[in-house]
Ligand binder design. Structure first.
Ligand code: HEC
Length: 170
């Protein structure tokens, strides 16, 4: 009998604790929903109107005689600014288009900073060097492709790169 009593006491205790926890969770949930309702309420007029506007079909079917209801589809005039590629500076052009050969002397290319290699070339004058860089040039040691193979670069950008290479190699 006393064992039954003990079991019963224990059982009541456990049930009591579980009930208390459940109540605690319930209260917590109520509190949380109280605090967040305002933020996430999706049935307000404004919200519904915004959704309706967003999912509005682009076109509608009209039968003859219903034209008066037709409204021109709203097509936002795309005003994309013309991409104006900013001209690259001399060092930028050098790094992206010339360094591959002129950095290490690939194919006999005069190495940037090597005054000995550049001196006889600089003697020709900057105009000749620029012209050779733009139009391509086959000299005694190898082939310099027009614009280093980067035909997307402007003549001015190439000239800037030549100026930079010459300035760095004196
Ligand atoms: C594919 C390799 C290569 C690339 C890329 C390259 N060059 Fe050259 N360049 C050469 C070679 C090789 C020579 C030497 C040609 C010779 O004198 O025989 C040379 C020579 C030159 C000369 C000297 C021309 C002369 O009259 O002596 C200039 C200036 C020059 N390059 C500028 C440039 C510029 C500016 C770029 C980048 C836009 C560039 N190069 C990219 C290979 C290259």
């Amino acid at each position: 009998m006393s064992r039954d009593q003990k079991f019963f006491d224990m059982y009541s205790l456990v049930i009591g604790v579980l009930a208390a926890i459940a109540l605690g969770i319930f209260v917590l949930v109520m509190k949380v929903s109280d605090l967040t309702q305002g933020v996430y309420t999706r049935d307000t007029h404004e919200y519904q109107a915004a959704v309706a506007e967003r999912i509005r079909p682009v076109g509608r079917v009209y039968l003859p005689g219903e034209e008066h209801e037709a409204e021109a589809p709203v097509v936002a005039a795309a005003e994309e600014p013309e991409p104006v590629a900013a001209a690259m500076s001399g060092p930028q052009v050098y790094n992206s288009a010339c360094l591959a050969c002129h950095g290490a002397g690939i194919g006999g290319a005069p190495i940037l900073g090597d005054a000995g290699q550049w001196a006889p070339r600089i003697e020709q004058g900057i105009d000749v060097l620029t012209q050779h860089a733009i139009q391509g040039y086959t000299g005694s040691v190898g082939y310099m492709p027009p614009k280093g193979g980067r035909m997307d670069l402007s003549d001015d950008e190439i000239a800037g790169a030549v100026d930079y290479m010459v300035a760095e190699s004196q």
